[in-house]
Design a protein around this ligand. Structure first.
Ligand code: MG
Length: 386
């Protein structure tokens, strides 16, 4: 069997990133897991997940996924997807499992693309050959003056859609004695400083990474209602659909969420409850392209647009180019530097757009030399089995 899976390898990585924005150095770090799947015919697909505990995911793939997938036909992506569902989330659990499933599913689609000599975005539907980007730059490490400076520098360089963080782990950091009221008042000043720096023509998005409660998210949104914010991403803890829906009804800023979800019913609940203006399935977290397609179709049935939240543009661009209702892809300036260390052949920012590759599969490859440098130790099973 040509496409029989003979090897699965999961490598946890920890990668520092650094970028210069208008003379300011912005640094960050990222943990992730790289997966490679090899077929008997010699095709190797790669997948990726992050924003989780990388060593846990690598262990799940090594000890639970690999023994069950070795020998399966890599082309049968629905059979693999169904096997992973019953293996890892048989009672609809959310959490680590969807990260492991994402990395495997992305690698499977890479294999299918390479074996059919088609890029993944075309296999997904081929709705368009380029996607629009928005730029994430406004991190908590920047003070108000630096934020405004970086924002106007990016606008001068052609970036017309900017995302900044608010909340900054406010709930998680209550043990440090910080008042949430102080946090949101500081956030309001920071948002206002960016709006004043960039003028009226630039879109501004804010993202709380689930760092606020309903009351403080509401107060912040009310405080900056004059700043023309294009969406408020993951405003409250848990992404609770009931609380999101209530918040959305009370504020003028559109609400976005979905990047952290790993089960289809969570997307369904957000849509049926009217919790979001924009749904944000992330293929590196939601269960890969197979799950991303399902979430995109659900969103379409509710007339709700989708955008990429939670970054990883080079995996997510395929979904947004593939489906008719695909939206914006997130260009997170530090994550871009990290991706450039992990992968080779990535497309570049081109006046707010990314052109999709014509090469088969994902259209970019692992930087194997660099992978050794950032690896936390590979886990693998099935070497040499055919
Ligand atoms: Mg986000």
């Amino acid at each position: 069997m040509l496409h029989k899976i003979i090897r699965i390898e999961a490598t946890p990585v920890f990668v520092p990133g650094e970028v210069d924005v208008a003379g300011l150095t912005i640094a960050g770090k990222l943990s992730g897991v790289i997966v490679e799947i090899e077929t008997a015919g010699g095709i190797i697909g790669h997948g990726f997940t992050a924003v989780t505990d990388e060593e846990v995911i690598a262990a799940i793939i090594r000890s639970v996924v690999t023994p069950n997938l070795l020998g399966m036909d890599a082309i049968n992506r629905e059979a693999i997807s169904e096997k992973l569902y019953w293996l890892l989330t048989p009672r609809g659990q959310t959490g680590y499992a969807s990260h492991a499933i994402s990395a495997i599913d992305i690698a499977i689609w890479d294999i299918i693309g390479k074996s059919t000599t088609l890029p993944v975005w075309q296999l997904l539907g081929g709705a368009r050959s380029e996607v629009s980007l928005y730029t994430t730059f406004g991190f908590g490490s920047l003070d108000q003056e630096q934020l405004a400076h970086a924002a106007s520098g990016l606008v001068k360089a052609g970036h017309k859609r900017l995302k900044m963080l608010v909340g900054y782990h406010a709930l998680a950091r209550r043990d440090q004695g910080r008042s949430l009221d102080d946090v949101i008042h500081d956030d309001a000043r920071r948002v206002r400083a960016v709006r004043e720096a960039v003028g009226d023509e630039v879109e501004i998005y804010i993202d709380a990474n689930c760092g606020l409660d309903h009351y403080h998210a509401l107060r912040l949104a009310q405080n900056i209602s004059d700043c023309n914010i294009a969406f408020f991403e993951e405003p409250i803890a848990d992404n609770d659909p009931l609380k999101l829906a209530d918040l959305r009804n009370r504020i003028s800023i559109p609400v976005a969420a979905g990047q952290s979800e790993g089960q289809l019913f969570r997307f369904r609940d957000m849509l049926t409850r009217g919790a979001v203006d924009i749904l944000q399935p992330n293929v590196c977290i939601c269960g890969g392209y197979s799950a991303g397609l399902r979430a995109a179709s659900l969103a379409r049935s509710f007339g709700v647009p989708i955008d990429n939240g939670g970054t990883f543009p080079f995996q997510n661009m395929h979904l947004h180019a593939g489906v008719a209702n695909g939206g914006m892809v997130e260009w997170h300036v530090v994550v871009i530097d990290i991706c450039r260390k992990l992968f080779k052949g990535l497309p570049d920012w081109d006046n707010g757009k990314l052109t999709l590759p014509t090469a088969p599969g994902l259209g970019f490859e692992l930087n194997k030399e660099a992978l050794g440098e950032f690896s936390k130790g590979p886990f693998s099973l099935g070497h040499g089995k055919a």
